[in-house]
Design a protein around this ligand. Structure first.
Ligand code: 13P
Length: 255
């Protein structure tokens, strides 16, 4: 069965002392809170190594918020997958809506990054999500299918066996407006069906599809209780250990 994954995307928040404090508190509470879920934190890149050290022997995983699709060389400002692996990352968030819509990343760019992350032996967390006007125009599924197809061109089911998908409706990110559990479940079921159609039913059954967008302790249990929601990608509420851990604690036992 799919074990839930609860991931904190710290985005461009925290200075080092805050990051280490947060990491310490998450590590201290992880064993008690996360009996039913894998826990992952994705701090800003400058803190990856020190957060890794702070997490110590806890079972909290470390992830990055982005990666370059090139392996090394003259790419000023970029961070390679090998560097992230060396820093202790197991996961990399890719194609987050803030990168797609603020930094102008295209499906093609995201696809190259997915390839680089898989080749580097890390787990990509591929984000997809529709904007409000697209939802209101009834285009949610078309937009998501397009993002999935464009971000996952040229892979086999075997290539994608470690992939994690995160459905993050853009209108729900940082707005306090959560998709209802029914809305999110419907999209997750659609994404799983898309994976079965494009690849195999086995892959579709195996991959974790996280929900992201204003997940909080008070809505986590209902969201995480949906049959096709396999965890959460948490922004704002991951910046406080108690709310992040409370969301993790809301994950139902797999089975
Ligand atoms: P919020 O939880 O702040 O809405 O952010 C969601 C998100 O973008 C996580 O990647």
């Amino acid at each position: 069965m799919r074990r839930p994954l609860v991931a904190g995307n710290w985005k461009m928040n925290t200075i080092s002392a805050e990051a280490l404090q947060l990491a310490r508190e998450v590590a201290a509470g992880a064993a008690a809170a996360a009996a039913n879920a894998d826990l992952l934190v994705c701090p800003p890149a400058p803190w990856l190594v020190s957060v890794r050290e702070t997490l110590g022997g806890s079972n909290v995983l470390l992830g990055a918020q982005d990666a370059c699709y090139e392996k090394s060389g003259a790419f000023t400002g970029e961070i390679s997958v090998a560097m992230l692996a060396d820093a202790g990352c197991s996961h990399v968030i890719l194609g987050h809506s803030e990168r797609r819509h603020i930094m102008g990343e295209t499906n093609e760019t995201v696809c190259r990054k997915v390839k680089a992350v898989l080749e580097g032996g890390l787990v990509p967390i591929l984000c997809v999500g529709e904007q409000l006007e697209e939802r209101e125009a009834g285009q949610t599924e078309t937009v998501l299918d397009d993002q999935m197809a464009g971000s996952l061109t040229g892979f086999t089911a075997e290539d994608l066996s470690s992939l994690v998908i995160a459905y993050e409706p853009v209108w729900a990110i940082g707005t306090g407006k959560t998709a209802s559990p029914e809305q999110a479940q419907a999209v997750h079921a659609h994404l799983r069906k898309w994976l079965a159609g494009q690849y195999t039913q086995e892959l579709a059954d195996q991959l974790r599809i996280l929900y992201g967008g204003s997940v909080k302790p008070d809505n986590a249990a209902e969201l995480l209780g949906q049959p096709d929601i396999d965890g959460a990608l948490v922004g704002g509420a991951s910046l406080k250990a108690d709310s992040f851990l409370a969301i993790a604690a809301a994950a139902p036992a797999a089975g």
